[in-house]
Design a binder for this molecule. Structure first.
Ligand SMILES: Cc1cc2nc3c(=O)[nH]c(=O)nc-3n(C[C@H](O)[C@H](O)[C@H](O)COP(=O)(O)OP(=O)(O)OC[C@H]3O[C@@H](n4cnc5c(N)ncnc54)[C@H](O)[C@@H]3O)c2cc1C
Ligand code: SF4
Ligand code: SF4
Ligand code: SF4
Length: 389
């Protein structure tokens, strides 16, 4: 089985994109969580060593000619969409455009406590795809289904992480396929999420609203759907804190090959969406602002089609990505990551958190803010002074 993609790259470089799974002619690949909690291919005995998975694996070879066109700060004018989306709801507006053209949309949804890619044809189903799910998605046969939809002359919009879009692009290219990716911080481990939920809630979690805007876009909280709803502000939620501290990201995310360049070239999808972190004051909306980057003419064309349904303002790429280094830079692999996984089965999630990513209490946060107050005042004065000069 030397010719299989996973044997060539090894588990540590595999992103779990499901590219190989979708092209295997004899169904000799099953995708299973590995010991760290990420989907990886497992090759079965009926493999005929055809080499198709090697050809499609974007980690082995990946090229694209995308070149940055424009960047925008934007949000949907539809309040329901805006409040229920992670940033400015631009994904939903793009999806509605395709559905209005009798097309098909693929995005990520919850299904029985798991996160999966889902194909939708009806506007009523779009709510399932809304919102970031910070867990690895089971892509299943979605890329194969995209190929079928395109054969049937359907327009298709596919949304996923840059590594998933890279895999899809290697499987099929078509004028009727529009791809949307994200600025991707990295993918957190399902196993860590499950351990946290099992110990914290003791009853199954059916879904999580990772970006609830009840207290605003910036001050978002996570809502866990268990027997009772559990609402955690994101900076006190232990699972989310560990994610942001980069302790349990998928190994290839620390050296991601799918970010393109700092000047916006070679991004994987036609359009990149993100939170517009660090948005200038004049573009701020307390309910969320998307950063939209068009990576080729197709991306620019589809964004132009929704301009009458959204607020938007063109900005420079530099302004757009200033507060979002994940656009061009991978997270640093914490040196404690290996020890974290060694301790994983020996310690409870709370013990792991105390040892590797201690979450400051609300009181500690308050004290830190008070101590930082003079620094903030100095920064404010410096900004004013520099402007006036
Ligand atoms: C793992 C992950 C890391 C991210 N990192 C950053 C970051 O560092 N900086 C930043 O600005 N933004 C990041 N985002 C993107 C951001 O959270 C928003 O998704 C984005 O701004 C689009 O928002 P929206 O309001 O337009 O649409 P939304 O309705 O919020 O977007 C929904 C769509 O996002 C895609 N999506 C959701 N979950 C997943 C998943 N698990 N796997 C693949 N695709 C998914 C789906 O296709 C889904 O249909 C990340 C998202 C994910 C899932
Ligand atoms: S049969 Fe071909 S595509 Fe399937 S696992 Fe084997 S080499 Fe890869
Ligand atoms: S195609 Fe994707 S899932 Fe398969 S080996 Fe390559 S990176 Fe891993
Ligand atoms: S950081 Fe890169 S490798 Fe990791 S999930 Fe995102 S796109 Fe894929």
């Amino acid at each position: 089985m030397e010719k299989t993609a996973i044997n060539i790259i090894g588990n540590k470089q595999c992103t779990g994109c499901f590219g190989c799974y979708n092209v295997c002619p004899v169904n000799a690949i099953e995708m299973k969580y590995d010991e760290e909690g990420f989907y990886k291919p497992n090759i079965l005995e009926n493999c005929i060593e055809c080499g198709k998975c090697e050809k499609v694996c974007p980690v082995i070879k990946n090229e694209n000619s995308n070149k940055y066109i424009k960047a925008y700060g934007a949000w949907s004018n539809d309040e329901e969409i805006l409040l229920n989306s992670s940033s400015g709801g631009i994904f939903s507006e793009l999806a509605l455009e395709i559905l209005n053209e009798d097309g098909i949309v693929y995005g990520v949804s919850w299904e029985k406590g798991n996160v999966k890619h889902k194909r939708i044809e009806k506007k009523e189903d779009l709510k399932d795809l809304r919102g970031s799910k910070y867990l690895p998605s089971f892509v299943g046969n979605s890329y194969k289904e995209v190929v079928e939809d395109l054969k049937n002359n359907k327009k298709v919009l596919f949304s996923g992480t840059p590594c998933q879009i890279a895999a899809l692009n290697k499987i099929i290219k078509s004028d009727n396929l529009i791809t949307v990716d994200l600025i991707c911080h990295g993918m957190p481990s399902y196993k860590s999420y499950k351990k946290y939920c099992d110990e914290e809630f003791k009853t199954p979690v059916t879904k999580v609203d990772f970006r609830n805007k009840g207290m605003g876009w910036i001050n978002f909280s996570l809502i866990y759907y268990t027997n009772i709803l559990k609402n955690n502000l994101h900076y006190v939620d232990k699972f989310f804190f560990g994610f942001l501290k980069d302790i349990y990201l998928n190994e290839p995310c620390y050296a991601c090959k799918f970010k393109g360049t700092k000047n916006g070239e070679k991004r994987e999808a036609d359009i990149t969406l993100a939170d517009f972190w660090g948005v200038p004051k004049e573009l701020f909306n307390k309910n969320g602002v998307s950063l939209v980057i068009t990576n080729n003419e197709k991306g620019e064309e589809i964004f132009s089609k929704i301009k009458n349904k959204v607020f938007f303002k063109e900005i420079s790429l530099e302004t757009g990505i200033k507060g979002n280094p994940s656009f061009y830079k991978s997270c640093t692999r914490p040196k404690e990551r290996d020890m974290f996984y060694k301790d994983f089965d020996k310690l409870s999630f709370n013990e792991l958190s105390d040892k590797y990513f201690r979450v400051p209490s609300l009181m500690e946060r308050k004290i830190k803010r008070i101590l930082n107050f003079p620094i903030r005042v100095l920064r404010f004065l410096k900004r004013r002074f520099v402007k006036e000069v």
